[in-house]
Ligand binder design. Structure first.
Ligand SMILES: [Zn+2]
Length: 882
């Protein structure tokens, strides 16, 4: 932390007096006081991405609600050169600026007490660009440097001082001065361009609509762009300028996203009944974003989400549609109507996730976005059933706790819970509630309570709001147990509890339970410990499915005969329902209620399902056990089981890995082939397949552009380095460094991390020292090394020894580096991980929840091995012998 004093400052005796008096007031660790509120900002940045530092001039028009000589606001790592306040009569009051908390809380001490009233705060400062995606950051791509911003949740304070909280929505007027060969983008259209002395140019942008600081954005560099005009429609009476922007050399990958975005935008405008709220729409790709960010009018995406080659795999197109719909949905839900404080950010993200899936599915139903949604929600149920965790809604009292709210509980669980209530209330009623909410709070802030009111107002049932809250305020996964009762069925709720999890308290939910029997669907609200499942008779219909459409956020258990009938019917069920069946069947094993051989039998039945996610669901769960608790012999037997499950099916689909070989087939078939190849190559240890993949990779790296389809890059490169050792790794690494294709580079570094040979792990760590790998690529290298039992311990030790460096790679990813030890599976390893990482919590300022969660994963894995390890060994041996 540095301290700089204002040039206009006169250190008078009175200043010392007031400072001493005020010093007793502790700096706020969470929300700022209501003493002052900003009315508008003017931000004038000088940005040259080739330099290590940038400078800024920020003016804030603010209202002081009470007299004071000290004001707390935000600023992080800013080297403050001067600061002052200008009163409405034009008089200038000197001030000092000092950052007083590591989370970016700063104190302004004025030379005299300021009476309540309107002021302009004026700051001049400089700071360093960040290396990871937080604040104003820069990255070298090829031989050029570029800069982008990532402000959410609270990194705007790294670029400009201010009141960095979502409740303060004001206009921003941004100007950016850059070297003359560079472009600049901001939230609003460019209004003026002026050449300046020193070969520089200044870009002035139009004032924004009221925005919270976390939505301010800019980008600087020699970018390439393509644009079009989106015509007016019934909701938006004006045409809209749309541009897609990328680093130089990627112009050929802009066309797909640019041509598809207008349809997604139109679906959203239609849903909300409100036009896109901003003057223009730019979507820009950045190589190190860990996802995307909904900045008003200038949305940022990680390269592979926005940039698509002509032969982009369907999985990449699905991610594009899903994420673009998510970020665009935020332009209304989040940007037009903004949470008041971070405790409600879950609703922002849950809503955009739910909407991203819903609109993504409507945009292209062939890509399986709705199926991927439920897969994500079911995976989150595993996290939500652990000893350590958090509810969707949680108080946020300290800045340190803000980043922890951006997790799977917020996104996947939150999104699924919204979908559950939408399907219970009906699509139209729910939509009416959403529209009412946006109309009530447009351009302002709203709390989750106000959203509940909006949704509750469309239903006559007063239990809807408490039902919703029962899922947001308590953590955990409900288990709905169905029993036979006379000719019908009864249901009861409990807490789903896997082996190794201790439950300190039992929650109770109000659960919308919707069931079907293949003929009809009925819903009931289970608002006590137990109740009836009306409308279904034993023996009527082919089966009883207690989670119709897979829409409910709960797992279920059935009487044995009903399980058999349901599993037998599962290969013919729609994918979402079949997934929910597979999940609850596997959950029975996790809870110790079902034998492992039963799990394998269910996997065999489901392997015939046409949807890849279903056919591979249980093996996906087993593969995570494989690398953690299976013995070497178990793994051999497991490989044989996987081959017996999928080899024939893959043979019938064909394995031509050359570019475009299956370009014209049904996306569902392509997805299935890709999944089967991944399983048979990975868990199945299929040598013939490995040789074929490695040969395709070798030919492609030797310059045959058609030898390898991008859909198989990951497995092919992996096979190539596993077969060719260090010389092959070196060859692949050189190809990665020579490429500007983010997707190719990602597949390459992941393959290097998946080398699976302890002797070569140190060599792969060494590659991460190369400055030409960006921070995201370093993370991609690290994770597979931590996943494999052959390289896990050495990699963990390396990460601990270089923790500060590794933590820098993760900037922009919350505290995920504290989860690095989650792959172990014994009590002693849990203790070692705890001892190794705990010291860094103090130096990083946060990370306890991430560490505790990963320790819970390790301890629960150990408990599972203890309880059912023998069962797994026996089951796999029997399966392999068949
Ligand atoms: Zn989001």
């Amino acid at each position: 932390m540095r301290r700089r004093f204002s040039a206009v400052l006169a250190l008078s005796a009175s200043l010392f007096a007031t400072t001493a008096a005020i010093a007793a007031e502790e700096p706020p660790v969470g929300e700022l006081s209501d003493r002052a509120a900003p009315r508008s900002y003017r931000i004038d940045m000088a940005v040259d991405p080739a330099k290590e530092t940038f400078s800024g001039h920020t003016e804030i028009d603010m209202t002081l609600n009470e007299a004071t000589s000290r004001l707390y606001l935000h600023g992080m790592g800013l080297d403050m050169h001067s600061v002052s306040a200008v009163a409405s009569d034009g008089s200038v009051i000197g001030a000092t600026y000092e950052q007083v908390l590591t989370t970016g809380v700063a104190a302004l001490d004025f030379a005299r007490e300021l009476p309540a009233g309107d002021y302009r705060l004026v700051f001049d400062y400089s700071s360093q660009f960040r290396v990871g995606a937080e604040g104003l950051y820069r990255v070298q791509v090829g031989d050029k440097w570029y800069a982008w911003t990532q402000m959410e949740p609270f990194d705007a304070r790294r670029m400009f001082p201010g009141f960095d909280e979502p409740r303060h929505k004001t206009p921003y007027q941004i100007s950016i001065t850059v070297p003359k060969d560079q472009w600049a983008y901001a939230n609003t259209p460019l209004v003026r361009e002026r050449p300046l002395a020193g070969d520089r140019v200044r870009y002035d942008f139009a004032p924004t609509k009221p925005l919270p600081s976390y939505l301010v954005a800019l980008a600087v560099g020699d970018f390439t762009e393509k644009g079009l005009t989106v015509p007016a429609n019934e909701v938006r009476k004006r045409p809209l300028e749309l541009r897609h922007i990328a680093t130089a050399g990627q112009e050929d990958k802009l066309a797909y996203g640019l041509s598809e975005t207008p349809e997604i935008l139109g679906l959203l405008e239609n849903y909300f009944g409100i036009e896109y709220p901003y003057e223009k729409l730019d979507q820009i790709a950045s190589p190190i974003m860990g996802g995307a960010m909904e900045n008003a009018g200038l949305i940022t995406y990680m390269d592979p989400l926005l940039l698509m080659g002509e032969d982009a795999p369907n999985s990449q197109k699905a991610s594009f549609g899903n994420v673009v719909a998510h970020e665009l949905a935020h332009q209304w839900f989040g940007n037009l109507v903004t949470p008041r404080w971070w405790d409600d950010i879950w609703l922002n993200e849950a809503f955009a996730s739910w909407m991203g899936d819903k609109i993504g599915e409507a945009w292209d139903p062939s890509l399986g976005i709705g199926v991927a949604q439920i897969s994500g929600a079911l995976a989150t149920m595993d996290d939500d059933s652990r000893t350590i965790g958090r509810p969707i809604h949680q108080e946020v009292l300290r800045n340190e706790d803000i980043k922890a709210t951006f997790d799977g509980i917020t996104y996947q669980k939150g999104g699924h819970v919204l979908g559950m209530f939408e399907s219970y209330l009906g699509e139209q009623a729910f939509q009416a509630g959403v529209r009412r909410h946006l109309q009530r709070f447009a351009w302002g802030n709203a709390t989750a309570e106000e959203f509940y009111d909006s949704i509750g107002s469309v239903s006559d049932d007063p239990r809807i709001v408490p039902a919703f809250q029962s899922f947001t305020s308590q953590r955990g996964v409900p288990l709905v147990t169905v029993t036979r009762k006379g000719d019908g069925y009864a249901i009861a709720q409990s807490h789903f509890t896997p082996i190794g999890v201790e439950r300190e308290s039992m929650s109770q939910w109000i659960i919308p339970v919707c069931a079907s029997n293949g003929i009809k669907q009925e819903c009931t609200l289970l608002d006590g410990k137990s109740g009836d499942l009306p409308g279904f008779d034993v023996g009527k219909g082919a089966y009883l499915m207690p989670n119709a459409g897979g829409n409910g956020y709960y797992r279920f258990a059935l009487p044995e005969q009903d399980w058999s009938r349901l599993i037998a019917a599962a290969p013919g069920l729609p994918a979402r329902e079949a997934l929910a069946v597979a999940d609850s069947a596997y959950a029975g094993f996790m809870a110790g209620a079902t034998d492992f051989s039963q799990v394998l039998a269910t996997a065999r039945v489901l392997a015939a399902h046409p949807e890849a996610d279903v056919a591979a669901f249980i093996p996906g769960k087993l593969s995570s056990l494989k690398n953690r608790l299976m013995t070497a012999q178990d793994r051999k037997n497991y490989a044989a089981f996987i081959r017996s499950l999928y080899s024939e099916r893959l043979a019938s689909l064909g394995t031509d890995f050359s570019r475009g070989a299956y370009a014209s087939e049904d996306p569902e078939v392509s997805s299935l082939r890709q999944r089967l190849v991944a399983f048979l190559f990975g868990s199945g240890e299929d040598e013939a397949l490995r040789d074929k993949l490695a040969a395709a990779a070798a030919a492609s790296l030797a310059g045959d552009a058609d030898a390898l389809d991008p859909a198989y890059q990951a497995q092919a490169f992996s096979a190539y380095v596993q077969q060719g050792g260090q010389p092959a790794s070196q060859r692949l690494f050189e190809a990665v460094l020579a490429s500007t294709d983010s997707r190719f580079r990602q597949a390459g570094v992941q393959a290097l991390g998946g080398i699976d040979r302890p002797d070569l792990a140190p060599y792969v760590f060494g590659l991460t020292d190369n400055p030409k790998l960006n921070s995201l690529e370093k993370i991609y290298t690290l994770f597979p090394l931590l996943g494999s039992p052959a390289t896990r311990q050495a990699t963990f030790d390396y990460a601990v020894a270089n923790f500060d460096t590794v933590a820098d790679w993760f900037s922009g990813f919350g505290n995920q580096m504290f989860g690095l030890g989650g792959g172990f599976c014994s009590a002693s390893e849990a203790e070692a991980v705890q001892a190794a990482l705990t010291p860094f919590i103090a130096s990083q300022g946060s990370g306890q929840l991430d560490l505790d969660r990963s320790l819970a994963v390790v301890r629960e894995c150990a408990a599972l091995r203890e309880a059912v390890g023998d069962q797994i060994t026996r089951g796999l041996a029997e399966a392999a012998a068949k």
